[in-house]
Design a protein around this ligand. Structure first.
Ligand SMILES: Cc1cc2nc3c(=O)[nH]c(=O)nc-3n(C[C@H](O)[C@H](O)[C@H](O)COP(=O)(O)O)c2cc1C
Length: 192
């Protein structure tokens, strides 16, 4: 695992690539998995050591907190709407997510979020496993798409209207590609 490690040149190159020249890009190893679990409300009940290390918090600071504690402000809200709409029906989802560390750095992940059930089959919470995404997929496809969605969200006077407009845009974009978000993400991940 290496978070924020690399030569200065490498980190600068990453910052340039991701268009966040004023912030640091935190990157982690391909073999690493960032894992967290939540209750039904999305409050953290478990975070593995890699989650803790990359996010820059202590375990005590994380457990019991809402998962949006690592939310990056540049993430479009409609992606989280889609995530919650999907997992609440008991369905898994793959999603590209940019998160923010305690000190304001950011890191991109390819997240696989799944519902968790108890022995009697009741939905009791959610589980997320995140891998390092392909950098070209992020910079060529996801960054422009999310920037577009975020700008739609910011351009309306009410947050609710903005979310609906960006959600519509996301669905329209996927329809044009004759796919759904999950399939779109899986196909990108497979191609990477
Ligand atoms: C298992 C699970 C994992 C999640 N992982 C993240 C994550 O890595 N980053 C993130 O910003 N939100 C994550 N979320 C979504 C958050 O709960 C929340 O919807 C999101 O941060 C948007 O917050 P907001 O609605 O307050 O803007 C996760 C939710 C669940 C259930």
């Amino acid at each position: 695992m290496f978070a924020g490690v690399g030569t200065k040149k490498e980190i600068k190159a990453k910052e340039h690539e991701y268009g966040h020249a004023n912030r640091s890009w935190v990157f982690f190893d391909r073999k690493d998995l960032i894992v967290s679990k939540t209750n039904l409300k999305g409050h953290l009940t478990y975070a593995n050591d890699i989650f803790i290390e990359i996010a820059g918090y202590t375990e005590e600071e994380v457990i019991g907190q809402p998962h949006n504690m690592i939310r990056h402000p540049d993430m479009p809200r409609c992606v989280f709407k889609l995530l919650w709409d999907t997992i609440q029906t008991g369905t898994e989802i793959f999603a590209y997510v940019m998160n923010m560390t305690k000190n304001g750095d950011h890191y991109w992940v390819l997240a696989h979020v799944t519902p968790s059930y108890d022995a009697s089959g009741s939905l009791v919470g959610y589980h997320s496993t995140r891998r390092v995404p392909n950098p070209n997929t992020i910079s060529n496809i996801i960054v422009p798409l999310y920037a577009d969605l975020s700008s739609i969200e910011r351009s309306t006077s009410s947050a609710k209207d903005g979310m609906q407009a960006s959600f519509d845009k996301l669905i329209e974009t996927l329809n044009e590609k004759e796919t759904e978000y999950d399939e779109f993400v899986s196909s990108l991940a497979r191609a990477a």
